[in-house]
Design a protein around this ligand. Structure first.
Ligand SMILES: *Cc1c(COP(=O)(O)O)cnc(C)c1O
Length: 355
């Protein structure tokens, strides 16, 4: 038994893994593997339909929005968002709150002007910039709801005069969100929704078709909407496992219920980091992420022995991103409070040994 705090691909519920393993051998007693049936078969169409309706139900997606399951990860959406939403000769606004945000705005520069309204780069992204004006003449304002590498998270979303575009890769389905406040939401699945290989896109239909540019079919949201995410062969297995994870979430009481659990987990872990003399948190208090908890050892020499103790306890995936160092505990939806408590106990044991 391992306690998986990895940042991504992240932990999935054990029962989901078991169901997925079964489906690889014999999918719904068809005598065929899920991996060898047609994506146009009624059996798979039912999977995709259920995945879409679970997203709509669990996230409260209103009328006038489309749900897509695409490939290429969130990184492809960095380009597809401007490709589909930024008119020729137009401008887009970006909040630079981390490396992912930076990569997103770099891609947008291929398609038009980019205005970076604020950045926290000078502090290595330990906080979310807050005092800025969103230019009303831009096509959209791009934000990153949770900065996976630095452990910062937007606690509130900005009131924007222009459509909000949000990279929610690492906190989608972790808390309730008013989808109607957004023009486009996208998320690589492998942090909080399913396995790598599928990317969720939720887009407001009436924003599309206004750029004046020709867009290749696979990269065109409108074509993907018309094809029901099946313009070509979709990532069937990744969609299936995402559907199972969403079903698991629904059975747990949906997003409001998991949000309560996520808050409890984060609260307990930050409380230990704050009280334990050997560790300190990285992110500014008010911006602390409830998904990726980043912290460092007060004494850098404690880093290796602490990771070694964690390893002995079965705690894996705790090493921080190379650009921040220290530790990062990713406490995604599927990670239970009991695992957080194992980490807390280990931190206390380590402090006891190093008094
Ligand atoms: C992981 C991550 C990405 C990159 O996702 P890919 O699916 O690997 O392209 C982008 N944004 C955020 C916030 C992430 O956490």
């Amino acid at each position: 038994m391992k306690y998986n705090f990895g940042a991504g691909p992240g932990i999935l519920p054990h029962e989901v893994l078991k169901q997925a393993a079964e489906a690889v051998i014999d999918f719904n007693r068809t005598g065929l593997s899920l991996l060898e049936i047609s994506h146009r078969s009624p059996e798979f169409e039912a999977v995709l339909d259920e995945a879409v309706s679970l997203v709509k139900e669990l996230f409260g997606v209103p009328e006038g929005y489309s749900v897509l399951f695409l490939q290429g990860g969130a990184s492809t959406q960095f380009a597809l968002a401007p490709y589909n939403l930024l008119p020729e000769g137009g401008k887009a606004a970006y909040l630079e709150s981390g490396v992912w945000a930076n990569k997103a705005l770099k891609e947008a520069k291929f398609f038009g002007d980019v205005e970076v309204v604020a950045t926290s780069k000078e502090s290595n992204f330990t906080y979310i910039p807050k005092d800025y004006t969103i230019p009303a003449d831009a096509a959209y304002f791009h934000i990153t709801s949770n900065n996976t590498i630095y452990g910062t998270q937007m606690q509130e979303f900005p009131k924007s005069p222009i459509p909000l575009v949000c990279d929610m890769s690492s906190d989608i389905f972790s808390r309730t969100v008013n989808v109607a406040d957004f023009g486009l939401i996208y998320a690589g699945a492998q942090k909080n929704m399913g396995p790598a290989g599928v990317t969720l896109v939720i887009v407001k239909d009436d924003l599309l078709g206004k750029t004046g540019r020709k867009i290749p079919a696979m990269l065109n949201y409108q074509v993907q909407i018309e094809g029901g995410s099946m313009y070509n062969t979709p990532p069937c297995f990744a969609i299936y496992v995402s559907m199972l994870t969403l079903k698991w979430l629904k059975a747990k009481g949906g997003v409001p219920a998991i949000e309560v659990e996520n808050n409890e987990k984060a609260k307990a872990l930050y409380a230990e980091i704050d009280i334990n003399p050997l560790f300190k948190a990285v992110a500014k208090d008010e911006d602390r992420s409830r998904m990726n908890v980043c912290f460092v050892a007060e004494n850098p020499e404690h880093e290796k022995p602490f990771l070694k103790l964690c390893d002995e306890k079965g705690i894996v995936g705790l090493k921080g991103h190379r650009s921040v160092g220290g530790f990062r505990a990713s406490i995604y939806n599927a990670l239970p409070l009991s695992s957080v408590n194992v980490l807390i106990d280990t931190m206390q044991e380590f402090a006891e040994k190093n008094k």
